[in-house]
Design a protein around this ligand. Sequence first.
Ligand SMILES: Nc1ncnc2c1ncn2[C@@H]1O[C@H](COP(=O)(O)OP(=O)(O)OP(=O)(O)O)[C@@H](O)[C@H]1O
Ligand SMILES: [Mg+2]
Length: 244
Amino acid sequence: MLTLENVTAGYGGGDVLQGVDLTCAPGTVTCIVGPNGAGKSTVLKVISGLLRCRTGSVSLGETRLDGLDPSRVLALGITQVPQSQALFPGMTVRENVQLGGYLIRRDRKLLAARYAAVCERIPLVASRAGDHAGNLSGGQRRMVEIARCLMLEPKLLLLDEPSLGLDPQSLAGVAGLIRSLNEGGTTMLLVEQNVRLGLGLATHGVVMEGGRVRLTGTAAAVRDNPEMAALYLGGTSAKETQRG
Ligand SMILES: Nc1ncnc2c1ncn2[C@@H]1O[C@H](COP(=O)(O)OP(=O)(O)OP(=O)(O)O)[C@@H](O)[C@H]1O
Ligand SMILES: [Mg+2]
């Protein structure tokens, strides 16, 4: 169980996160939604250790994560697909995925077994193994980014805006992968601008605004809460509206 209690954090003078409480139970998919600048990505950065929290705590089970370096958080089983592109375009798909196994690189057998398991789960990795990542489409790159995270068989997978910039077909592929990972027992915390998609994939929803959690509940309860209409006029997210 991941637990954030009363977390405050920021980048400069003021606090971006202003007392965030959040939990993710094993086997669940939690989706954080909220307007631009609400602090969604900042929550993920605090969990993965990229940003220190100023007050409050972050724990995985009995283990405190706040104050740990990102490499320690990774070693404890939390891995993140970041919001911006994260693959090395000049390296092959295989090399990019195997980088995800950096922590287990000395155990060649384990590395090979994990890579084979990832190829089985995401056949694209096997079929494009020798191609440069830079030659993949946006949707294919997203799959490979997720594949890389799976090399560590994470206890918790953090996904920041997995649908960002994808065409409908790629989106369906990535959504299908997230669903199948959850069916396989992977616990996920995702941030999604596409509210309908995100809450459709999730078991639990969290609505953030202005660095605070405004609503939490089952994904269905959050989706149907009348307050959502106030945040997302007409049931369509502000960003979706902007993008037309
Ligand atoms: N590296 C940074 N340095 C300074 N301020 C930052 C930095 N990253 C984010 N912020 C600020 O923190 C606030 C929250 O940003 P965050 O990226 O967490 O929002 P978000 O909810 O993920 O938004 P988006 O939907 O646009 O991705 C914003 O006001 C943003 O400008
Ligand atoms: Mg963000």
